[in-house]
Design a binder for this molecule. Structure first.
Ligand code: NDP
Length: 448
């Protein structure tokens, strides 16, 4: 008999925690996972999944419009927010059920309660029960960062945005990153007046500059307003429920909702980590080594709470690697090179590898190929919206070191192309591949 109640106790049943629990259990470990909110975590419950469904919902606005050019006699259509919201939330419920079932099928004990760390090998549940485990895995994810200013309590974050009672006629979105640009596209297509307010003058820092500029230009053409270098001063709630937003250097603005999308902070405070000596960095992220081990040898962490790359598939890889390493006899280290990413803006962005600026800094001599084109469908639809594909090549080796795309279905195309970049293929390999015509993706093998 083991001296511990469990071999592994996982705190947090999000993407990383569920994967680690399930795989460790399938390797024969006795596993418990505690979740204080809902099984599935940010991605399933209030992130990637419901967001993507809203993106699909939003895109119908353009499809309905364009359909008329393709001969369809489409009557005036009205969008009904509560219908979409409730259908999306029902789908989230269904997925949450499936996640729970998967854990049950793998004989993982699911404790639907808050758990905190009470010792290097001990956890405490909300009712005071203490349980021991040989290893503890922290997979508590992140939490929206709410900048401090008077009236910030009148704003919502991505946690609440999926539950809005009514569609705001005017929405101000603070931030210039993923969430800001994705929800700007969503609300704009639904007919809200959208203003993005950013503290700096750059959207989507980290993405290739030309791609970012293209999104900015298309977003403005679609009617989204941008205010740059505009830190929030305050929000006041008016008698009619509307909000007055004061920005530094700008006239006051009126809105029906304010969405704060100013990054996500690791969810590491108040769960007993510092008390047992787990080292956190200055942002509160748990410091771990490549085996996901913290400064306390029996405590590990995966996913957003470690703030390595805040993406679901990365958390899943980390959870899998942890379980395979410690319970499957297969030591695995996650490879963070060439992780593809996407922004589900309107139109979406997909990227993998180095931006042009990064490649010039790191490699010196690079070749850059671009294709700036209007998708066939957009031409017939009379939609003056150009896609941009960009390939960055190491001039010394001919290896493709970066691919950056904005345009219809860019994330779908990029995922497949990322295999080639990850495999280290060269520009000549792309050129040797016959085009698939007519497609947008064929641009990738026709770059001159
Ligand atoms: P991002 O990190 O993408 O963007 C944060 C934005 O907020 C930046 O424009 C940043 O400005 C600004 N900002 C940061 N701090 C402050 C502050 N104190 N006051 C005002 N503005 C501030 O974060 P998001 O919240 O959009 O998303 C969180 C994370 O979730 C992302 O980093 C991403 O990893 C993940 N995510 C991924 C998605 C996807 O894969 N498609 C979709 C949604 C989220 P500055 O540039 O000046 O720092």
């Amino acid at each position: 008999m083991s001296e511990f109640d469990y071999d592994l106790f996982v705190i947090g049943a999000g993407s990383g925690g569920v994967r680690a629990s399930r795989i460790a259990a399938s390797h024969g470990a006795r596993v418990a996972v505690a979740e204080e909110y809902r099984v599935g975590g940010t991605c399933v419950i209030r992130g990637c999944v419901p967001k993507k469904l809203l993106v699909y919902g939003a895109h119908f606005a353009e499809d309905i419009h364009d359909a008329r050019k393709f001969g369809w006699n489409v009557p005036d259509c009205k969008f009904d927010w509560p219908v979409l919201r409730d259908n999306v939330l029902a789908e989230v419920d269904r997925l949450e059920g499936l996640y729970g079932q998967t854990l049950d099928n793998h004989k993982v004990t699911v404790l639907r309660t808050r758990a905190t760390v009470a010792g290097p090998q001990k956890v405490r549940l909300a009712d005071g029960t203490e349980l021991t485990a040989e290893r503890i895995l922290i997979a508590t994810g992140g939490w929206p960062h709410v900048p401090e200013f008077p009236g910030s309590e009148h704003a919502i974050t991505s946690n609440e945005v999926f539950h809005l009672e009514t569609l705001p006629k005017r929405i101000i979105i603070a931030g210039g990153g993923y969430i800001a640009n994705e929800f700007a596209g969503i609300f704009n297509e639904f007919g809200s007046k959208v203003t993005i307010v950013n503290r700096g003058d750059t959207i989507l820092r980290g993405y290739d500059e030309q791609i970012r500029d293209r999104l900015l230009q298309i977003s403005m053409t679609k009617g989204i307003d941008f205010k740059f270098n505009a830190p929030f001063e305050s929000i006041e709630k008016n008698d009619d429920g509307s909000l007055t937003v004061m920005l530094e250097g700008y006239e006051p603005m009126q809105a029906d909702a304010v969405l704060l999308a100013a990054g996500r902070a690791p969810n590491s405070r108040g769960i007993g980590l510092e008390e047992v000596g787990v080292e956190l960095d200055d942002k509160g992220a748990i410091t771990v080594d490549e085996r996901n081990q913290s400064s306390v040898p029996s405590i590990f962490a995966v996913g957003d709470v470690t703030d390595r790359i805040q993406l679901t598939p990365v958390a899943i890889r980390e959870g899998q690697a942890f379980a395979d390493t410690f319970y499957g006899g297969k030591p695995t280290v996650v490879d963070y090179q060439n992780v593809p990413s996407a922004v589900f803006s309107h139109p979406p962005i997909g990227a993998v590898g180095m931006t042009e600026a990064e490649a010039r800094n790191k490699l010196g001599s690079v070749r850059v190929y671009t294709s700036d084109f209007r998708a066939m469908k957009n031409v017939l639809a009379g939609r003056n919206e150009r896609a941009l594909y960009k390939m960055i090549v190491n001039a010394a080796t001919d290896q493709v070191v970066g691919l950056h795309m904005i345009g219809p279905d860019a994330p779908e195309i990029l995922q497949a192309a990322a295999v080639a970049v990850k495999a280290g293929l060269t520009k000549a390999d792309f050129d040797n591949t016959v085009a698939l015509h007519p497609s947008m993706a064929e641009e990738l093998v026709l770059l001159k």
